[in-house]
Unconditional design. Structure first.
Length: 404
Protein backbone atom coordinates (compact mmCIF):
# COMPACT_ATOMS: atom_id res chain seq x y z
CA UNK A 1 0.00 0.00 0.00
CA UNK A 2 1.36 3.45 -0.90
CA UNK A 3 2.44 5.60 2.02
CA UNK A 4 0.45 8.80 2.65
CA UNK A 5 1.81 12.28 3.16
CA UNK A 6 -0.33 13.64 6.00
CA UNK A 7 -0.72 17.40 6.11
CA UNK A 8 -2.44 18.25 9.40
CA UNK A 9 -3.78 21.63 8.32
CA UNK A 10 -6.49 21.40 10.94
CA UNK A 11 -3.77 22.01 13.51
CA UNK A 12 -2.83 25.29 11.83
CA UNK A 13 -3.18 28.27 14.10
CA UNK A 14 -5.47 30.85 12.51
CA UNK A 15 -5.24 34.43 13.55
CA UNK A 16 -8.02 37.00 13.54
CA UNK A 17 -7.71 40.51 12.27
CA UNK A 18 -7.91 41.78 15.85
CA UNK A 19 -4.60 40.13 16.91
CA UNK A 20 -1.89 42.75 17.52
CA UNK A 21 0.90 42.92 14.93
CA UNK A 22 3.54 42.24 17.59
CA UNK A 23 1.81 39.02 18.57
CA UNK A 24 1.63 37.98 14.94
CA UNK A 25 5.35 38.70 14.52
CA UNK A 26 6.12 36.50 17.53
CA UNK A 27 3.96 33.74 16.08
CA UNK A 28 5.79 33.93 12.73
CA UNK A 29 9.13 33.83 14.56
CA UNK A 30 8.06 30.82 16.64
CA UNK A 31 6.85 28.98 13.56
CA UNK A 32 10.17 29.71 11.81
CA UNK A 33 12.01 28.26 14.80
CA UNK A 34 9.84 25.15 14.56
CA UNK A 35 10.61 24.93 10.84
CA UNK A 36 14.35 25.24 11.54
CA UNK A 37 14.09 22.56 14.21
CA UNK A 38 12.22 20.18 11.93
CA UNK A 39 14.72 20.81 9.11
CA UNK A 40 17.58 20.04 11.49
CA UNK A 41 15.87 16.83 12.66
CA UNK A 42 15.14 15.95 9.04
CA UNK A 43 18.80 16.31 8.10
CA UNK A 44 19.80 14.18 11.09
CA UNK A 45 17.26 11.52 10.06
CA UNK A 46 18.60 11.56 6.50
CA UNK A 47 22.10 11.18 7.92
CA UNK A 48 21.01 8.10 9.88
CA UNK A 49 19.30 6.65 6.80
CA UNK A 50 22.45 7.28 4.77
CA UNK A 51 24.58 5.52 7.39
CA UNK A 52 22.16 2.58 7.46
CA UNK A 53 22.24 2.44 3.65
CA UNK A 54 26.02 2.22 3.79
CA UNK A 55 25.76 -0.66 6.27
CA UNK A 56 23.16 -2.38 4.07
CA UNK A 57 25.38 -1.90 1.01
CA UNK A 58 28.31 -3.38 2.92
CA UNK A 59 26.23 -6.39 4.05
CA UNK A 60 24.87 -6.85 0.52
CA UNK A 61 28.40 -6.71 -0.88
CA UNK A 62 29.44 -9.39 1.64
CA UNK A 63 26.38 -11.41 0.64
CA UNK A 64 27.35 -11.17 -3.03
CA UNK A 65 30.91 -12.16 -2.22
CA UNK A 66 29.68 -15.11 -0.15
CA UNK A 67 27.29 -16.18 -2.93
CA UNK A 68 30.20 -16.05 -5.37
CA UNK A 69 32.23 -18.20 -2.94
CA UNK A 70 29.37 -20.71 -2.78
CA UNK A 71 29.15 -20.70 -6.56
CA UNK A 72 32.91 -21.28 -6.79
CA UNK A 73 32.68 -24.12 -4.26
CA UNK A 74 29.78 -25.64 -6.20
CA UNK A 75 31.88 -25.56 -9.36
CA UNK A 76 34.77 -27.21 -7.51
CA UNK A 77 32.36 -29.80 -6.12
CA UNK A 78 31.18 -30.48 -9.66
CA UNK A 79 34.80 -30.93 -10.74
CA UNK A 80 35.47 -33.18 -7.75
CA UNK A 81 32.35 -35.21 -8.49
CA UNK A 82 33.54 -35.62 -12.08
CA UNK A 83 36.91 -36.79 -10.75
CA UNK A 84 35.19 -39.21 -8.39
CA UNK A 85 33.14 -40.58 -11.28
CA UNK A 86 36.31 -40.92 -13.33
CA UNK A 87 37.97 -42.60 -10.37
CA UNK A 88 35.02 -44.97 -10.01
CA UNK A 89 35.49 -45.92 -13.66
CA UNK A 90 39.21 -46.50 -13.09
CA UNK A 91 38.41 -48.55 -10.00
CA UNK A 92 36.01 -50.64 -12.07
CA UNK A 93 38.66 -51.12 -14.77
CA UNK A 94 41.36 -51.88 -12.20
CA UNK A 95 39.07 -54.34 -10.45
CA UNK A 96 38.61 -56.12 -13.78
CA UNK A 97 42.40 -56.14 -14.23
CA UNK A 98 42.79 -57.53 -10.73
CA UNK A 99 40.34 -60.30 -11.52
CA UNK A 100 42.28 -61.09 -14.71
CA UNK A 101 45.55 -61.04 -12.79
CA UNK A 102 44.05 -63.35 -10.17
CA UNK A 103 42.96 -65.69 -12.96
CA UNK A 104 46.46 -65.67 -14.47
CA UNK A 105 47.92 -66.20 -11.04
CA UNK A 106 45.71 -69.23 -10.50
CA UNK A 107 46.72 -70.64 -13.91
CA UNK A 108 50.41 -70.14 -13.05
CA UNK A 109 49.89 -71.94 -9.75
CA UNK A 110 48.25 -74.86 -11.58
CA UNK A 111 51.15 -75.05 -14.04
CA UNK A 112 53.68 -75.06 -11.20
CA UNK A 113 51.74 -77.80 -9.46
CA UNK A 114 51.73 -79.91 -12.68
CA UNK A 115 55.43 -79.44 -13.22
CA UNK A 116 56.15 -80.19 -9.59
CA UNK A 117 54.16 -83.38 -9.97
CA UNK A 118 56.03 -84.30 -13.16
CA UNK A 119 59.39 -83.74 -11.49
CA UNK A 120 58.31 -85.78 -8.52
CA UNK A 121 57.21 -88.61 -10.86
CA UNK A 122 60.58 -88.61 -12.69
CA UNK A 123 62.50 -88.58 -9.43
CA UNK A 124 60.32 -91.43 -8.18
CA UNK A 125 60.98 -93.43 -11.37
CA UNK A 126 64.75 -92.95 -11.05
CA UNK A 127 64.53 -93.89 -7.41
CA UNK A 128 62.62 -97.10 -8.19
CA UNK A 129 65.18 -98.05 -10.90
CA UNK A 130 67.92 -98.12 -8.27
CA UNK A 131 71.15 -96.26 -8.07
CA UNK A 132 71.69 -96.16 -11.85
CA UNK A 133 73.37 -92.94 -12.96
CA UNK A 134 73.40 -91.44 -16.42
CA UNK A 135 77.06 -92.62 -16.71
CA UNK A 136 76.05 -96.24 -16.03
CA UNK A 137 73.41 -95.99 -18.75
CA UNK A 138 76.02 -94.83 -21.26
CA UNK A 139 78.65 -97.43 -20.24
CA UNK A 140 76.10 -100.19 -20.63
CA UNK A 141 75.95 -99.61 -24.41
CA UNK A 142 76.35 -102.71 -26.67
CA UNK A 143 78.15 -100.84 -29.41
CA UNK A 144 78.96 -97.34 -30.55
CA UNK A 145 75.65 -96.88 -32.28
CA UNK A 146 73.82 -97.91 -29.14
CA UNK A 147 76.07 -95.51 -27.23
CA UNK A 148 75.02 -92.60 -29.41
CA UNK A 149 71.36 -93.47 -29.06
CA UNK A 150 71.71 -93.71 -25.31
CA UNK A 151 73.62 -90.42 -25.26
CA UNK A 152 70.82 -88.66 -27.17
CA UNK A 153 68.23 -90.12 -24.83
CA UNK A 154 70.13 -89.04 -21.74
CA UNK A 155 70.66 -85.57 -23.22
CA UNK A 156 66.95 -85.26 -24.00
CA UNK A 157 66.06 -86.25 -20.45
CA UNK A 158 68.56 -83.78 -19.00
CA UNK A 159 67.30 -80.95 -21.29
CA UNK A 160 63.74 -81.71 -20.32
CA UNK A 161 64.64 -81.63 -16.63
CA UNK A 162 66.37 -78.25 -17.11
CA UNK A 163 63.42 -76.86 -19.08
CA UNK A 164 60.97 -77.94 -16.39
CA UNK A 165 63.15 -76.32 -13.73
CA UNK A 166 63.41 -73.05 -15.71
CA UNK A 167 59.65 -72.97 -16.40
CA UNK A 168 59.00 -73.61 -12.76
CA UNK A 169 61.24 -70.69 -11.79
CA UNK A 170 59.66 -68.38 -14.37
CA UNK A 171 56.13 -69.21 -13.18
CA UNK A 172 57.16 -68.57 -9.62
CA UNK A 173 58.54 -65.16 -10.71
CA UNK A 174 55.26 -64.40 -12.52
CA UNK A 175 53.33 -65.28 -9.38
CA UNK A 176 55.52 -62.98 -7.28
CA UNK A 177 55.19 -60.10 -9.80
CA UNK A 178 51.42 -60.49 -10.04
CA UNK A 179 51.16 -60.48 -6.29
CA UNK A 180 53.23 -57.29 -6.12
CA UNK A 181 51.11 -55.60 -8.81
CA UNK A 182 47.90 -56.53 -7.02
CA UNK A 183 49.20 -55.09 -3.75
CA UNK A 184 50.31 -51.83 -5.46
CA UNK A 185 47.01 -51.47 -7.30
CA UNK A 186 45.04 -51.99 -4.11
CA UNK A 187 47.19 -49.47 -2.33
CA UNK A 188 46.76 -46.93 -5.15
CA UNK A 189 43.00 -47.41 -5.22
CA UNK A 190 42.69 -46.91 -1.48
CA UNK A 191 44.81 -43.75 -1.70
CA UNK A 192 42.70 -42.34 -4.57
CA UNK A 193 39.48 -43.12 -2.72
CA UNK A 194 40.73 -41.47 0.46
CA UNK A 195 41.95 -38.38 -1.42
CA UNK A 196 38.69 -37.94 -3.33
CA UNK A 197 36.59 -38.38 -0.21
CA UNK A 198 38.75 -35.94 1.74
CA UNK A 199 38.37 -33.28 -0.98
CA UNK A 200 34.61 -33.82 -1.14
CA UNK A 201 34.34 -33.51 2.66
CA UNK A 202 36.42 -30.31 2.67
CA UNK A 203 34.29 -28.72 -0.05
CA UNK A 204 31.08 -29.68 1.72
CA UNK A 205 32.39 -28.15 4.96
CA UNK A 206 33.37 -24.95 3.12
CA UNK A 207 29.93 -24.72 1.51
CA UNK A 208 28.14 -25.22 4.83
CA UNK A 209 30.29 -22.50 6.42
CA UNK A 210 29.54 -20.07 3.56
CA UNK A 211 25.83 -20.84 3.81
CA UNK A 212 25.97 -20.17 7.55
CA UNK A 213 27.67 -16.82 6.91
CA UNK A 214 25.11 -16.01 4.20
CA UNK A 215 22.20 -16.68 6.57
CA UNK A 216 23.84 -14.47 9.19
CA UNK A 217 24.31 -11.68 6.63
CA UNK A 218 20.69 -12.02 5.48
CA UNK A 219 19.61 -11.72 9.12
CA UNK A 220 21.75 -8.59 9.53
CA UNK A 221 20.28 -7.13 6.35
CA UNK A 222 16.74 -7.82 7.59
CA UNK A 223 17.47 -6.09 10.90
CA UNK A 224 19.01 -3.10 9.12
CA UNK A 225 16.05 -2.87 6.74
CA UNK A 226 13.68 -2.81 9.72
CA UNK A 227 15.70 -0.01 11.32
CA UNK A 228 15.81 1.81 7.99
CA UNK A 229 12.05 1.49 7.59
CA UNK A 230 11.51 3.04 11.02
CA UNK A 231 13.91 5.87 10.19
CA UNK A 232 12.17 6.46 6.86
CA UNK A 233 8.80 6.59 8.60
CA UNK A 234 10.25 9.16 10.99
CA UNK A 235 11.71 11.08 8.05
CA UNK A 236 8.34 11.08 6.24
CA UNK A 237 6.63 12.28 9.38
CA UNK A 238 9.12 15.14 9.56
CA UNK A 239 8.28 16.00 5.95
CA UNK A 240 4.58 16.06 6.91
CA UNK A 241 5.36 18.27 9.92
CA UNK A 242 7.47 20.58 7.78
CA UNK A 243 4.69 20.94 5.20
CA UNK A 244 2.22 21.72 7.98
CA UNK A 245 4.57 24.32 9.46
CA UNK A 246 5.14 25.88 6.04
CA UNK A 247 1.36 26.22 5.69
CA UNK A 248 1.13 27.57 9.23
CA UNK A 249 3.95 30.03 8.51
CA UNK A 250 2.25 31.19 5.33
CA UNK A 251 -1.04 31.81 7.12
CA UNK A 252 0.64 33.48 10.11
CA UNK A 253 2.71 35.69 7.79
CA UNK A 254 -0.44 36.58 5.90
CA UNK A 255 -2.24 37.52 9.11
CA UNK A 256 0.75 39.49 10.37
CA UNK A 257 1.02 41.51 7.20
CA UNK A 258 -2.68 42.16 7.11
CA UNK A 259 -2.58 43.33 10.70
CA UNK A 260 0.42 45.62 10.14
CA UNK A 261 -0.55 47.02 6.71
CA UNK A 262 -3.29 49.49 5.94
CA UNK A 263 -3.27 48.27 2.34
CA UNK A 264 -3.52 44.48 2.55
CA UNK A 265 -4.07 44.29 -1.20
CA UNK A 266 -0.45 45.38 -1.86
CA UNK A 267 1.03 42.32 -0.08
CA UNK A 268 2.24 39.28 -2.10
CA UNK A 269 2.17 35.96 -0.20
CA UNK A 270 4.88 33.30 -0.43
CA UNK A 271 4.69 31.09 -3.56
CA UNK A 272 1.55 28.95 -3.50
CA UNK A 273 0.05 27.13 -6.45
CA UNK A 274 -3.15 28.89 -7.39
CA UNK A 275 -4.54 26.15 -9.59
CA UNK A 276 -4.40 25.24 -13.21
CA UNK A 277 -2.11 22.90 -15.08
CA UNK A 278 1.37 21.99 -13.89
CA UNK A 279 4.52 22.53 -15.88
CA UNK A 280 5.89 19.32 -17.46
CA UNK A 281 8.53 18.27 -14.85
CA UNK A 282 10.91 16.67 -17.38
CA UNK A 283 11.35 16.18 -21.10
CA UNK A 284 10.70 12.50 -21.78
CA UNK A 285 8.13 9.87 -22.70
CA UNK A 286 5.81 8.24 -20.17
CA UNK A 287 7.27 4.81 -19.40
CA UNK A 288 4.87 3.76 -16.64
CA UNK A 289 1.52 5.40 -15.78
CA UNK A 290 -0.26 5.88 -12.46
CA UNK A 291 -2.13 2.82 -11.15
CA UNK A 292 -1.68 -0.93 -10.70
CA UNK A 293 1.09 -2.68 -12.62
CA UNK A 294 3.55 -5.57 -12.39
CA UNK A 295 6.53 -4.14 -10.52
CA UNK A 296 9.67 -4.28 -12.74
CA UNK A 297 11.91 -5.39 -9.83
CA UNK A 298 9.62 -7.26 -7.44
CA UNK A 299 7.64 -8.89 -10.31
CA UNK A 300 4.39 -8.67 -8.35
CA UNK A 301 1.23 -6.67 -8.98
CA UNK A 302 1.59 -3.44 -7.01
CA UNK A 303 0.08 0.03 -7.02
CA UNK A 304 2.28 2.58 -8.81
CA UNK A 305 1.72 5.88 -7.00
CA UNK A 306 3.01 8.18 -9.73
CA UNK A 307 3.92 8.60 -13.37
CA UNK A 308 7.35 7.60 -14.68
CA UNK A 309 9.05 9.65 -17.40
CA UNK A 310 11.96 7.93 -19.14
CA UNK A 311 14.85 10.33 -19.75
CA UNK A 312 18.65 10.12 -20.05
CA UNK A 313 20.84 10.42 -16.95
CA UNK A 314 21.37 14.07 -16.04
CA UNK A 315 18.27 15.43 -17.83
CA UNK A 316 17.01 18.59 -15.99
CA UNK A 317 13.99 18.20 -13.68
CA UNK A 318 11.75 21.23 -13.18
CA UNK A 319 9.32 22.26 -10.44
CA UNK A 320 5.82 21.49 -11.71
CA UNK A 321 4.45 24.53 -9.86
CA UNK A 322 5.55 27.27 -7.50
CA UNK A 323 6.00 26.33 -3.85
CA UNK A 324 8.45 25.62 -1.03
CA UNK A 325 10.87 22.69 -0.89
CA UNK A 326 9.65 20.49 1.98
CA UNK A 327 12.27 17.75 1.60
CA UNK A 328 15.47 17.25 -0.36
CA UNK A 329 17.38 14.01 0.20
CA UNK A 330 17.11 10.23 0.23
CA UNK A 331 13.65 8.71 0.74
CA UNK A 332 12.97 4.90 0.90
CA UNK A 333 12.29 3.33 -2.52
CA UNK A 334 12.31 6.70 -4.28
CA UNK A 335 16.05 7.14 -3.82
CA UNK A 336 17.22 10.78 -3.91
CA UNK A 337 14.00 12.79 -3.78
CA UNK A 338 12.66 16.35 -3.74
CA UNK A 339 9.22 17.15 -2.28
CA UNK A 340 7.69 20.56 -3.00
CA UNK A 341 4.74 21.86 -0.99
CA UNK A 342 2.46 24.07 -3.07
CA UNK A 343 0.05 25.07 -0.31
CA UNK A 344 -3.59 24.13 0.28
CA UNK A 345 -2.66 20.50 0.95
CA UNK A 346 -0.99 19.96 -2.43
CA UNK A 347 2.53 18.52 -2.85
CA UNK A 348 4.63 17.02 -5.65
CA UNK A 349 7.37 14.41 -5.34
CA UNK A 350 10.30 13.92 -7.73
CA UNK A 351 12.12 10.58 -7.27
CA UNK A 352 15.20 8.60 -8.43
CA UNK A 353 17.34 11.75 -8.79
CA UNK A 354 20.99 11.05 -9.60
CA UNK A 355 23.62 11.27 -6.86
CA UNK A 356 24.60 14.93 -6.49
CA UNK A 357 21.70 15.93 -8.75
CA UNK A 358 19.57 17.89 -6.25
CA UNK A 359 20.09 21.65 -6.76
CA UNK A 360 17.60 23.02 -4.19
CA UNK A 361 17.45 22.88 -0.40
CA UNK A 362 14.71 22.44 2.18
CA UNK A 363 12.79 25.62 2.90
CA UNK A 364 13.76 27.19 -0.44
CA UNK A 365 11.02 28.87 -2.47
CA UNK A 366 10.82 27.76 -6.09
CA UNK A 367 8.88 28.95 -9.10
CA UNK A 368 7.10 26.88 -11.72
CA UNK A 369 9.57 25.60 -14.31
CA UNK A 370 12.63 26.22 -12.10
CA UNK A 371 15.31 23.52 -12.29
CA UNK A 372 15.38 21.55 -9.05
CA UNK A 373 17.32 18.38 -9.91
CA UNK A 374 18.60 15.98 -12.59
CA UNK A 375 17.34 12.57 -13.70
CA UNK A 376 19.04 9.50 -12.21
CA UNK A 377 18.32 5.92 -11.17
CA UNK A 378 18.69 5.84 -7.37
CA UNK A 379 16.45 3.80 -5.07
CA UNK A 380 14.35 1.00 -6.57
CA UNK A 381 14.93 1.73 -10.21
CA UNK A 382 15.75 -0.26 -13.34
CA UNK A 383 17.14 2.69 -15.30
CA UNK A 384 17.28 6.51 -15.52
CA UNK A 385 13.83 8.08 -15.21
CA UNK A 386 11.78 10.56 -13.16
CA UNK A 387 9.13 9.22 -10.82
CA UNK A 388 6.59 12.05 -10.45
CA UNK A 389 3.92 11.87 -7.72
CA UNK A 390 1.17 14.32 -6.81
CA UNK A 391 -0.18 14.29 -3.23
CA UNK A 392 -3.49 16.02 -2.44
CA UNK A 393 -4.43 16.17 1.25
CA UNK A 394 -2.31 13.11 1.96
CA UNK A 395 -3.64 11.03 -0.94
CA UNK A 396 -1.62 10.05 -4.03
CA UNK A 397 -3.56 11.13 -7.12
CA UNK A 398 -3.03 10.72 -10.87
CA UNK A 399 -0.43 13.31 -11.94
CA UNK A 400 -1.80 13.41 -15.49
CA UNK A 401 -4.95 15.13 -14.26
CA UNK A 402 -2.68 18.09 -13.40
CA UNK A 403 -0.53 17.90 -16.51
CA UNK A 404 -3.13 17.57 -19.26
Amino acid sequence: MAKKFLIPLAATILFTGLTPAVGQADQVSNVQKEIDRIKKESQAAKGKISAINQQINSVQAQQQSTKEDIMSIDLKMNETQAKIQELDKKIEETTASLKEAAKQLQEAIIRVEKRDKLLKTRVSAIYEAGDISYLEVLLGSQDFSDFLERLDAVKSIVDQDVTILEDNKRDRDIIAEKKKQIEEQLKSLKAMQAEAQQLADQLEAQKQERERILKELEKQEGELLEIKEEQEKASLELVNQLQAKIEEQRRAEEERRRASSSDAGSWSPPPVHSGGQFVQPVSGRISSPFGYRVHPILHTRKFHDGTDFAAPQGTPIYAAAEGVVASAGYMNGYGNTVVIYHGNGLSTLYGHIRHGGIVVSEGQSVSAGQKIAEVGSTGRSTGPHLHFTVIKNGQKVDPMSYLR
